[in-house]
Structures are given as C-alpha cells and as structure tokens.
Design a protein around this ligand. Structure first.
Ligand code: ADP
Ligand code: F6P
Length: 337
C-alpha cells in the first residue's frame, strides 16, 4: 500500500489529534504517503483531501478537538454517498483509510472495505461506549475534566450548604458519571444502566443532612438518564426541600488537552492501524482489552469475534454491547456515607 488517508468522524474527542499524528508519522516511517480528509465522510465525498507530511502534524499531539474537523454525514450510510467517496479516494490515489470515530463511523469503514478500500476503525469518543474496547480515546480526559469540575462544585456546595445535581455527558452510557463520580466522592451517581427510585434519591439527600452530619450533597447524573433540570424537578416533586442547584458540564467535557493516557492510547492505536493496513488488512476496529491492543472484524459473525452482525432482515445487531461497570456503581454506594 503506497498511500493512505486518515479522517475523524462523529463527536470529537481529546486525543483524536494524537491519533492522526501517529497515523501520519508511522505511515511515513513505513515508506507510505498520507493524506488528511477534512470533516469526516462529508469531506471525503466533497474531495476535501490534502497531503500531510511529518511537519503537518507538528504541535497537535497536545491539542484537544480534531484539526481535521469532524462531521455527522448520514448520506454516507447510503450507497450513493459511498460511491462518491470512493471516486474521490481513487482520484487521490488512496488505497486505505484510517477512520477515528464511534460505532457509526466504523460502519462507514466497513463499507469502504467492502468496496475494495481497506479501512481500519479507531475508537474515538468521550463516552467510552464503543464495542470491542475497554477504553476509548478521549474518555480519560473527559473523566479528568469532569472530576476537576466536580471538585470545584463541591467547594461552593459546601460553602452554601447546597445540594447539586451535576449532569455529565454520556448519551447512552454512564461511564463518565461513574468514574468522575467515584473520583470526586459523589454522594449519588445516577446512570442509565441502573434503575433508580426518585423517592430513594430524595430520602438519601434528607438522611445526609438529618442524620449523617452532611452540610452538602453531590449527585452526578449521566445525560442518558435525563437532563439535570428535569431530574431536579422530579426531586422537588418527590419532596426534596434542600437548596438545590443544577449544573450541566455539557460540551466542556469534549474539549481540552488530552491526558497523557489518552495521548499514549491514541499514539499506540494510530500506529497499529497503519501496521494493519500495511499488512493489507481492512474492515477491522482496533481496541484495548486487558491493556493490550486487539482488533476485531467490524462486521461478521459473533463466533469470529465481529463487533456487529447482520440479521437475515438486514438489521445491524451489536454482538457484545459495551457495558458500564456496575460494580463501580456498587462501590460508590459502599463508599458514600
Ligand atoms: P459515531 O461515529 O460517533 O457513532 P455517528 O453515528 O454520527 O457517530 O456516525 C458518524 C458518521 O459515520 C455518520 O455521520 C456517517 O457519515 C457515518 N455512518 C454512520 N452510520 C453508517 C452506516 N450504517 N454506513 C455507512 N456510514 C455510516
Ligand atoms: O457521543 C459523544 C457525545 O458527546 C454524547 O455524550 C452526547 O450526547 C453527544 O455526543 C452530543 O452530540 P452533539 O455534539 O452532536 O450535540
């Protein structure tokens, strides 16, 4: 393989730049040429493709966001969009692609591979909810940012003797809430993977003030449950009489300099993706499992370890869905007294 390309797709995540840099530098080390594709599959279809050399990725390792920019481009899920993208790849002499993104982006990589352009997926999202990996690029940074914010909220929460509901991102997953909640010593963590009873939530708040000598109370709420304002309204309906405030950390968690761990993970995975392409492999997603890099077929049978399978009716099913660590939810209950 002489020339490859790299793109970032879906929601951005800190460490995506580090992954792009690793792809470019490793490819050059292997004697390949590299192109960057701006704005994910949208840029591919529009031909927004440009050569990248070693210097072109200088000074991006430590920067948040993605300098290639990202886009959500549903048109790529259709054959017409894919064929337009392939036309552009051919025009630029590109033979393989590294796609940094989430599950949706992996499907695009699979389609490219099926059309004869091997593509490798790398897991990039702050949510940590991608199949086939224990950790995603950006998760560690998001947890670190959330923890720092929670520590700050605890300061003001204590000073004023208030209850806080702090909403953190996680469209379907409670990982950010669990990790940052434990790290910041949250009194309660509410995640979509676990049922909760609003009366119990309120009872715990009351008990904290009335019998445990607490003067404040910190609740970390994953976005996937509901928004913080709605949750606070439910608490009031259930009889909460504390001085309650809501903060939504929102997109702040998507930005900022990646942590060393995210930089290392991104560098490692980026270089590995190039090795796979060099070996002529495609249709694979790289993951980290038990602290080692692994790769799984994106589409295929569950028996061969594929992340997704197609039913006879053509529906995509996830073979081994990501699961948040419910033992961590239990851990926090044991520690939050
Ligand atoms: P993420 O990659 O974070 O899951 P999305 O689900 O928005 O984010 O997917 C990112 C992009 O991947 C989409 O905007 C689209 O361009 C492409 N994509 C998503 N699903 C498919 C699919 N089934 N086939 C081909 N491309 C897809
Ligand atoms: O998937 C990552 C994520 O940050 C989710 O936690 C959040 O729900 C979503 O993206 C927000 O997407 P957007 O930036 O398109 O509003």
């Amino acid at each position: 393989m002489k020339r490859i390309a790299v793109l970032t797709s879906g929601g951005d995540a800190p460490g995506m730049n580090a992954a792009v840099r690793a792809v470019v530098r490793k490819a050059i080390s292997e004697g390949m040429e590299v192109c960057g594709i701006n704005r994910g599959y949208a840029g591919m279809v529009e031909g927004d493709i440009f050569p990248l050399d070693a210097k072109g990725v200088s000074n991006i390792l430590s920067r948040g966001g993605t300098f290639l920019q990202s886009a959500r481009y549903p048109e790529f899920a259709k054959l017409e969009g894919q064929l337009k993208g392939i036309e552009q790849l051919k025009k630029h002499g590109i033979e393989g692609v590294v796609v940094i993104g989430g599950d949706g982006s992996y499907h695009g990589a699979m389609r490219l591979t099926e059309h004869g352009f091997p593509a490798i997926g790398l897991p990039g999202t702050i949510d940590n909810d991608i199949v086939g990996t224990d950790y995603t690029i950006g998760f560690d940074t998001a947890v670190s940012t959330a923890t720092e914010a929670l520590d700050k909220i605890r300061d003001t929460s204590f000073s004023h003797g208030r209850t806080f509901v702090v909403e953190v991102m996680g469209r379907n997953a409670g990982d950010i809430a669990l990790w940052s909640g434990i790290a910041a010593g949250a009194d309660q963590i509410i995640i979509p993977e676990e049922d909760y009873d609003i009366n119990e939530v309120v009872a715990k708040v009351k008990d904290g003030y009335a019998t445990k000598g607490k003067n404040h109370h910190l609740i970390v709420l994953a976005e996937g449950v509901m928004h913080g304002d709605a949750f606070a309204a439910k608490m009031k309906e259930a009889g909460d009489d504390s001085d309650l405030r809501v903060t939504n950390l929102g997109h702040i968690l998507r930005g900022g300099a990646p942590t060393p761990r995210d930089r290392v993970l991104a560098s490692w995975m980026g270089a590995h993706a190039v090795e796979l392409l060099k070996a002529g492999k495609g249709g694979l997603a790289v993951g980290l499992q038990n602290e080692e890099l692994v790769e799984h077929p994106i589409l295929g049978s569950a028996e061969e370890g594929a992340l997704f399978s197609l039913t006879e009716a053509g529906k995509i099913v996830v073979n081994n869905p990501h699961k948040a660590r419910l033992d961590f939810a239990a851990l926090n209950r044991d520690l939050a007294h």
